[in-house]
Structure formats: structure tokens, C-alpha cells
Design a protein around this ligand. Structure first.
Ligand code: NDP
Length: 286
């Protein structure tokens, strides 16, 4: 049975560091790091994510400002709000929960956020900084995955990592971070041929395809490390359950280490969001 990489435990450690940094910022500058969260529409999964982010921010001693906007919100309304938050000296981080309702342009929204307050790390300036190897605000999910990976592999250099998925917010930044850690990186996507054999060759498999149970034990080299980023809500015997992109039970019998869903990447993502908020605060005060 694979070693379980416990995202809850690790995220608590990160959150303790965050709380300590919040205290230092308060003592040094008399400032409370503050995260503004914007949610547009009624998507139930997004509502849960936002609630959790706000709750954890408060627990870490941060300020939080929430803006819940109706589905009918226009691009101009949203741009105006972002502009206000960009210029508000008491707001240090801005997060617009994605996905947005389909009439809104996500790209435009991401570009409207001041890069120094872009705690998701999605602004093109932060994406470019990551590609160039000197990013300060790194996308939260891949950042959390790297902390989990280093738990298993303090030295990642020379490992072959396959990232399944190439989205701007997960797959691509994940690949950039692995490359920075001197892994040999293969990026697979929906057009990739024979993904199974690519994965079977990997020391590390990162599952970020958004396809429930896509990766099963046949894809995995014995002893490999498997990080499951996927989140899917399913119903089992009338009860809601979360599962990932990895067929957990079969893969756990073959892998060396694996992240569970829930309790894996999810909590790390939130912890890294708050870590980015303290970084953004310090950058703005320096
Ligand atoms: P996207 O849908 O934006 O991207 C999915 C990627 O996977 C695309 O690059 C797509 O390829 C590729 N893909 C889809 N199907 C296959 C397949 N059968 N084989 C190989 N590649 C495939 O998703 P996201 O990156 O935003 O999210 C991925 C998953 O991670 C989702 O389940 C999401 O809910 C979850 N997630 C979890 C987070 C957490 O905190 N745990 C945070 C963010 C996301 P192509 O580009 O060719 O279309």
C-alpha cells in the first residue's frame, strides 16, 4: 500500500507559518494582511470554495473582504470593482473565484487585477515571471503540489514527471515548477498519444485532466508518486462524495506514495493562497 501524502496535516503546517507571518507583519508595519474575494453567480462548488478560503483566512488572523455579485453582473461592473480593490491600500490580495458565468471574459478579469495583488498568480506578468524562474506569486494548486512532492522527494532533480493536463491555472504552472526543480517533464493532454505508456515511465504522475478516475493502476510504475489534483463530486448510495482523476484504490496498491481526494491537494491549495497573500502584503510594504 502506498504512503499517503496527508494534505490536511501539511496544510496545517503551512497555515501555522502563515499565522506567524501575519503576526510579524502586524508587529513590524501595524498592517493586517487582507484578502478580497469576489464571487460572481450561484455556482454551489464555488460558494463552498469561497467559504473555505474566507474561513481559513480569518483563522490565520487575516482580514477578509467578500464581494458576492449576482449572475447578471456585467464586465464593466466587475472591472470597476477590481479597479477599486486595486487602489484600496487596505487590500493586499485579490481573488476572483473561477469559473465566471459564461458572459464574462475571464482573461480580461485576470489581466485587470494588479499583478502585485494577484494572489492566484494568473496575471500574465506573474505567469511570465514563473516561466523565467523568478516568480513571487505562484499559482496555489501547483505550489501546494510541490510542497507535497518534496515531502516524499526532498531531492527532485532528475526525476521523470508526467503532468496530465495543460491548463493555464494548473497543468502549465505545475510543469514549470517541476522543470525548475530539475525534473525531466512530459506534459500530456487530450491529443497526446499513448498516455498510459508515458505515465508508466514516470517517477511522478500529476493528474490534472479533470476526468474522474482516468488514471488507473495500469498507468503507474510500481513505487511511483501520484498527485491527484482532480476533484469530482459524485453520489454514492444517496450521499455526496468527492473523488479525483485517479482510481484511488487500485493505484494505491501499486504506487509508492499518493495523495487522497479529499484531504490531499485541496487543503494545500487554500494554504498556499494565504501564503501568497502574506507574500503579496510584504512585497507591497517593502
Ligand atoms: P481544464 O479542464 O482547464 O484542463 C484539463 C486539461 O486536461 C486540459 O489540458 C485537457 O487537454 C486535459 N485533458 C482532458 N481530458 C484528458 C484526457 N482524457 N487525457 C489527457 N488529458 C486530458 O481543468 P483544470 O486544469 O482547471 O482542472 C483540472 C482538474 O483539477 C479539475 O478536476 C479541477 O476541478 C481540479 N482542480 C482542483 C483544484 C484543487 O484545489 N484540488 C484546483 C484547481 C483545479 P486539452 O488542453 O487538450 O483540452
Amino acid at each position: 500500500m502506498a504512503q499517503l501524502i496527508d494534505g490536511k496535516h501539511l496544510s496545517n503546517q503551512v497555515l501555522q507559518d502563515v499565522a506567524a507571518e501575519v503576526e510579524r507583519l502586524r508587529a513590524e508595519y501595524d498592517v493586517v494582511p487582507t484578502l478580497a474575494v469576489v464571487l460572481v453567480g450561484e455556482d454551489p462548488a464555488s460558494q463552498v470554495y469561497v467559504r473555505n478560503k474566507v474561513k481559513r483566512a480569518k483563522e490565520a488572523g487575516m482580514g477578509s473582504i467578500e464581494h458576492y455579485l449576482g449572475t447578471e453582473t456585467t464586465q464593466s461592473d466587475l472591472n470597476q470593482l477590481i479597479d477599486r480593490l486595486n487602489h484600496d491600500p487596505e487590500v493586499h490580495g485579490i481573488l476572483v473565484q473561477l469559473p465566471l458565468p459564461s458572459h464574462l471574459n475571464e482573461e480580461e478579469v485576470i489581466c485587470a487585477i494588479n499583478p502585485v495583488k494577484d494572489v492566484d498568480g494568473f496575471h500574465p506578468l506573474n505567469v511570465g515571471a514563473l516561466a523565467a524562474g523568478h516568480a513571487s506569486l505562484v499559482p496555489c494548486t501547483p505550489q501546494g503540489c510541490m510542497i507535497m512532492l518534496r515531502q516524499e522527494h526532498p531531492e527532485l532533480s532528475g526525476k521523470h514527471a508526467v503532468v496530465v493536463g495543460r491548463s493555464n491555472i494548473v497543468g502549465k504552472p505545475m510543469a514549470a515548477l517541476l522543470l525548475q526543480a530539475n525534473c525531466t517533464v512530459t506534459i500530456a493532454h487530450s491529443h497526446t498519444k499513448d498516455i498510459e505508456s508515458l505515465c508508466r515511465d514516470a517517477d511522478i504522475v500529476i493528474a490534472a485532466a479533470g476526468q474522474k478516475g482516468l488514471i488507473d493502476a495500469d498507468w503507474i510504475k510500481p513505487g511511483a508518486t501520484v498527485i491527484d489534483i482532480g476533484i469530482h463530486a459524485i453520489e454514492v448510495e444517496g450521499k455526496r462524495k468527492l473523488v479525483g482523476d485517479v482510481a484511488f484504490d487500485s493505484v494505491a496498491d501499486k504506487a509508492g506514495a499518493i495523495t487522497p481526494v479529499p484531504g490531499g491537494v485541496g487543503p494545500m491549495t487554500i494554504a498556499c493562497l494565504l501564503l501568497n497573500t502574506t507574500r503579496a502584503t510584504r512585497n507591497q510594504l517593502a
